[in-house]
Design a protein around this ligand. Structure first.
Ligand code: V47
Ligand code: SF4
Length: 363
């Protein structure tokens, strides 16, 4: 198969992808700089179809954000509040149970649980949180906490990272979501999220977690002050860890939403850039099985198009998304299973309802 490209820079990318060889930093930069979006889409679709054919995955999941009080106050975050602010909250175990019970008739098989770094909570709160979820929903996977929270929990508990992860696993932690790395780069860290753990600590923690047998996802927050080189280097850092641990399950590019943040003068990401980020992920992360198009952030329609640009997964039903909606997302806060399946079918793909580990689940 040979494609005509409008941009010669895509030729070496295509040759390498066809031969199954690894793309370089320069190739990654060409991917982001090309104007030949359809040519790029065809290359990414080739790589996607080679792994997954016409299948597109989704999960019946529910998000739980146990607190919005956070001491980090990252400049890109609209969600965090200080303790005592109007709208600041922390959920008790009763409230968590109530939210789970509201959906107990639905076949939720994954609970995605993250929150702010709230100094009023103890380590026991987190153990109770996992145990409560497991008691109410024994058959669902607990996908909880980012590396940022793991660092915080290790400090709260006074335990080593290894022991902290072991205790959480013992309580029922099944896997971890991918947030918190933002862009693995010290310039961006110092400018946008100086109080949050940096590059080295994130990499250290993710390796400990993978070594403990817990799979995690990985993300990249794009569309703020990062350069193309910084994006490509972020992807290469993740690819190197994956070579080492094999512990990443999916990668999710996260489109920055600026409303109600300190960066509210920044424009929304463009469809062109959203699709390039999906394609770049599929092509640079040759050792990741799954690339998600997160419909909450790029919208339902563009997520359908993204299935043709390298994505094989649309995340899930979610039920009630808070983090991006406080920053101005216009997408739905949750979708039904029928809506997920229609989105996939009408884009020309075969929907596969999955569990957290990509095993098919009978509808
Ligand atoms: O860590 C914060 C990002 C992340 C904004 O692993 C923002 O399956 C856009 O990680 N605009 C949380 N993004 C979301 C996340 C995630 C989502 C879906 C699936 C998975 C998974 C993980 O959202 C944060 C941060 O990187 N974020 N503020 C904002 N204003
Ligand atoms: Fe806190 Fe996470 Fe928001 Fe940063 S992005 S302020 S760590 S809740």
């Amino acid at each position: 198969m040979n494609f005509p490209f409008l941009d010669d820079r895509l030729l070496p990318v295509w040759e390498k992808v066809r031969q199954g060889s690894r793309l370089s930093q320069e190739d990654g930069i060409s991917i982001y700089n090309t104007q030949d979006l359809t040519g790029l889409g065809r290359i990414a679709d080739y790589a996607r179809k080679k792994r997954h054919g016409n299948k597109a995955f989704y999960v019946y999941n529910q998000h739980l954000n146990y607190t919005n009080v956070c001491k980090n106050r990252c400049k890109f975050c609209a969600y965090a509040k200080d303790d005592g602010d109007k709208g600041a909250y922390v959920w008790s175990m009763d409230e968590i149970e109530k939210r789970l019970m509201e959906r107990i008739e639905e076949p939720v098989c994954e609970l995605h649980i993250v929150g702010g770094l709230n100094e009023t909570l103890t380590f026991e709160y987190f153990i109770d949180l996992i145990k409560t979820v497991k008691r109410v929903r024994p058959n669902a996977a607990v996908k909880a906490f980012t590396c940022v929270e793991i660092d915080y929990l290790s400090k709260l508990s006074g335990l080593s990272l290894e022991e902290t992860v072991a205790r959480l696993k013992e309580a029922g932690l099944d896997m971890m979501p991918g947030g918190g790395a933002e862009v693995l780069n010290s310039r961006i860290h110092d400018a946008l999220f100086p109080k949050k753990i940096g590059h080295d600590r994130w990499l250290q923690i993710v390796k400990v977690v993978h070594k403990a047998g817990i799979k995690t996802n990985a993300t990249m927050l794009y569309g703020h002050i990062e350069t193309v080189e910084e994006r490509v280097n972020h992807l290469i850092s993740l690819r190197e860890i994956q070579d080492d641990t094999g512990g990443f399950s999916a990668f999710i590019p996260l489109a920055f939403h600026s409303q109600n943040t300190e960066l509210d003068d920044l424009p929304p990401t463009t469809a062109m850039d959203d699709l390039k980020n999906v394609a770049a992920a599929r092509l640079m992360l040759d050792n990741f099985d799954h690339i998600k198009a997160y419909w909450v952030m790029i919208g339902e329609s563009l997520a359908q198009v993204a299935l043709n640009f390298g994505a094989d997964d649309l995340d899930g039903t979610i039920i009630e998304e808070r983090i991006t909606h406080t920053a101005g997302a216009k997408s739905a806060k949750g979708l039904t299973r029928d809506e997920m399946e229609n989105m996939i079918r009408s884009a020309g793909f075969e929907p596969v309802q999955r569990d957290s580990f990509y095993n098919p689940v009978a509808g």
